[in-house]
Design a protein around this ligand. Structure first.
Ligand code: PEP
Length: 263
């Protein structure tokens, strides 16, 4: 179902009217985690300044340590809905448990499946049933074939509104948080009709790498980027060191514009 065979052209996924795929570059931006209404609204304004047409933000956070901030849960979803009403930006947010899919889908415009859950098949099926577009991150240890098979689990439920996201894989290299497998973008685009975007924030893990990796995403023909921004990264409850600052936003906006011009 997700294979390029039997599909003449690559798909465009519409998220509440915002297209991902086709000949433009979609920027998704926002805080790694929803912390407060004020922080989320400020981050959404930053996202708009960076040319974003979709807001990201986690209400359910899959953290490595059980002692780390786990997200605000339903309260976070309500904050996201309010910020969508205020800014007009549709919301992309992660769901980590199949039992929460209906609740998350009742607020979100797009359901994100994170790297750690790429092969959580019950979650993939529940997301496929939810009637909302799905952003499927590549598992940090997954081959491209495994990633596409995970997408197939969603598609099998009758939902072909799937966007793939390359977010870096585990390698021996420790200088970056993960290794951005930039070649996965054209490979996945050739094997599948689904749009493919890049997460330069979770792959590099460092603010100074986000714009260079975004340039690589633009140059290689990715369909978009998903980027962390935070109004006060020094006090962020999650992944502050990789969040872009106010001063970086104009360059991200220009980059997105460059791709639009390249068509
Ligand atoms: C995220 O985007 O908030 C996230 C946790 O990403 P990943 O699943 O790629 O680590």
């Amino acid at each position: 179902l997700v294979s390029r065979e039997n599909h003449d052209r690559r798909s465009v996924v519409s998220v509440r009217g915002v297209p991902i795929g086709g000949d433009h570059m979609t920027v998704i931006a926002g805080p790694c985690a929803v912390e407060t209404p004020e922080q989320t609204l400020e981050a959404a304004r930053m996202a708009q300044a960076a040319g974003a047409s979709l807001l990201r933000g986690g209400a359910y956070k899959p953290r490595t340590s059980p002692y780390a901030f786990q997200g605000l849960g339903e309260e976070g979803l309500k904050i996201l809905s309010d910020v969508r009403d205020e800014t007009g930006l549709p919301i992309v947010t992660e769901v980590v448990d199949a039992n929460d899919v209906d609740l998350v889908a009742s607020h979100a415009d797009m359901l994100q499946i994170g790297t750690r859950n790429m092969q959580n098949f019950a979650l993939l099926q529940a997301a496929g049933d939810a009637g909302k577009p799905v952003l499927l991150k590549r598992g940090m240890n997954a081959t491209i074939e495994e990633w596409l098979m995970a997408a197939e689990y969603v598609a099998q439920r009758g939902n072909l509104d799937i966007v793939l996201c390359e977010r870096g894989i585990r390698t021996f290299e420790k200088a970056t948080r993960n290794t951005l497998d930039i070649s996965a973008v054209p490979v996945a685009q050739n094997l599948s009709h689904l749009p493919v975007i890049v997460d330069p924030s979770h792959s590099g893990g460092k603010r100074e790498l986000v714009l260079p990796l975004s340039r690589a995403a633009v140059a290689i023909g990715a369909d978009g980027v998903i980027v962390d921004v935070h109004p006060h990264p020094e006090t962020a409850l999650c992944d502050g060191p990789q969040a872009l600052l106010e001063g970086d936003l104009a360059e991200l906006r220009d980059l997105a514009g460059t791709l639009a011009a390249l068509g």
